[in-house]
Design a binder for this molecule. Structure first.
Ligand code: ATP
Length: 204
């Protein structure tokens, strides 16, 4: 049975931390492909973000670095709230014979109990969590404890061996606004950012 990895994120912008965990995800779980899913523009319009078409384009550029990486606009073209639960259902319909894995960072894993229909979500796919500086499984809140106690021994939750990298999109937006460069994004993505004059202002 082929295994496909799904990796959702704001990717504002996509960075070397994302690419590092996506590659580890494919390596450790022997995935046929890892599909990057940039989030859509927020339907409630409270969180400013770089326009979805730019975040999608940057993800497509970054994905060229590894033939196992692909990009889908599934979460961009959908109207209204785009819940991961629904995204996984859509991929199940498209790839009924595939086993689906969902990649999230450890900080996201610690919030999983707040996600829409999370208990159903974790029955629909397996979860891989990537180590991230500042977040550890020991901090898992009470609502996740029962699931963790079952999912870890059953292999439905896998903690990646990837080295934690202290890289975040928010830190990169700051670097780009103040220094107009960042060592933590691929040069081709930096080229796109410069061409389209993105992240020129602090707080952008
Ligand atoms: P921001 O700084 O704006 O919060 P971010 O760097 O966390 O952004 P997102 O696009 O929100 O980037 O992240 C998408 C997913 O990738 C999330 O599950 C997040 O936990 C994970 N992730 C991002 N950066 C890292 C990293 N350096 N190590 C491990 N996981 C990461």
């Amino acid at each position: 049975m082929p295994s496909i990895g799904l990796f959702g994120g704001t990717f504002d912008p996509i960075h070397n931390g994302h690419l590092h965990i996506a590659r580890s995800f494919a390596d450790e779980l022997d995935l046929e492909s890892v599909i990057l899913l940039p989030a859509g523009d927020p339907y409630h319009k409270t969180t400013p973000r770089t326009a979805a078409h730019h975040r999608l384009a940057m993800a497509e550029i970054a994905a060229q670095a590894d033939s196992r990486l692909a990009v889908s606009d599934c979460d961009i073209v959908r109207q209204g709230a785009t819940y991961t639960h629904d995204t996984v259902q859509i991929f199940h319909q498209h790839f009924p014979a595939a086993e689906l894995w969902l990649l999230i960072g450890m900080d996201s894993l610690l919030q999983l109990h707040t996600w829409h229909r999370w208990q159903n979500l974790v029955r629909q796919c397996r979860i891989a969590a990537a180590p991230r500086p500042g977040s550890s499984l020991a901090q898992a809140p009470a609502p996740l404890q029962n699931w963790l106690a079952e999912a870890l021994p059953q292999g439905r939750l896998h903690i990646l061996q990837a080295e934690p990298l202290p890289i975040s999109s928010s830190q990169i937006r700051q670097q780009l606004a103040t220094q107009h460069t960042s060592p933590d994004i691929p040069p081709e993505v930096l080229g796109y950012i410069r061409q389209h004059q993105l992240y020129c202002h602090t707080g952008a």
